[in-house]
Structures are given as C-alpha cells and as structure tokens.
Design a protein. Structure first.
Length: 96
C-alpha cells in the first residue's frame, strides 16, 4: 500500500495561511452555498495542491471556490478527507 508521501506528485512546504472557500451542498430538493474557512497545513511547491483543516465536513469530489478577493475565486476539487480530532483534514487540487 502506498503511503501519502509515495502518492504525492510534488514536494510540500508549510503553509500557515487561512482562506475562505465556498462549496455547493445538497439541501433537500435543491442546493445551497456554504462559505467556510480553511486553515493551511501545507502547499505543493508548484501551487497545485493544498492541505488544510476545516470545521465543515467536506467530501472527496466536492468542488470548492477559494476566495481570492470579494469577486475572484480559484476553483479546486477535494481529493481526500480525514477526520482530525474536532476538525477535518482536507487535500485539494487547484485548477488554474
């Protein structure tokens, strides 16, 4: 079985930043937008992936929009999620 380090396609560097993101989630017969905060853990040195903690229970396949400014977002997809005590540890792939 491959370890997390074996699966990575680039080196990671520490990332202490925080950011806001928006995700669309099912809500009965429709969907609703949820805005939440991510607290950085690490980032791919090429800028294609971020590991972070969040309170919101994301799932692999969720499409996020990371808020750069009030009107500018970067799209990303959730690749994996692990429960980490009271938070969720998440890995995302950034589209740019």
């Amino acid at each position: 079985m491959k370890t997390t380090e074996d699966k990575r396609q680039c080196n990671r560097v520490r990332y202490d930043g925080s950011f806001r993101y928006v995700v669309s989630v099912p809500d009965y017969l429709t969907t609703r937008l949820v805005e939440a905060e991510g607290i950085g853990i690490d980032i791919c040195e090429h800028g294609r992936g971020i590991g972070f903690h969040t309170d919101f229970p994301l799932e692999p396949g969720h499409v996020l929009r990371l808020r750069k400014t009030e009107e500018v977002y970067t799209p990303a997809v959730v690749k994996w999620v692990e429960r980490a005590e009271e938070k969720h540890r998440v890995g995302i792939y950034l589209f740019s």
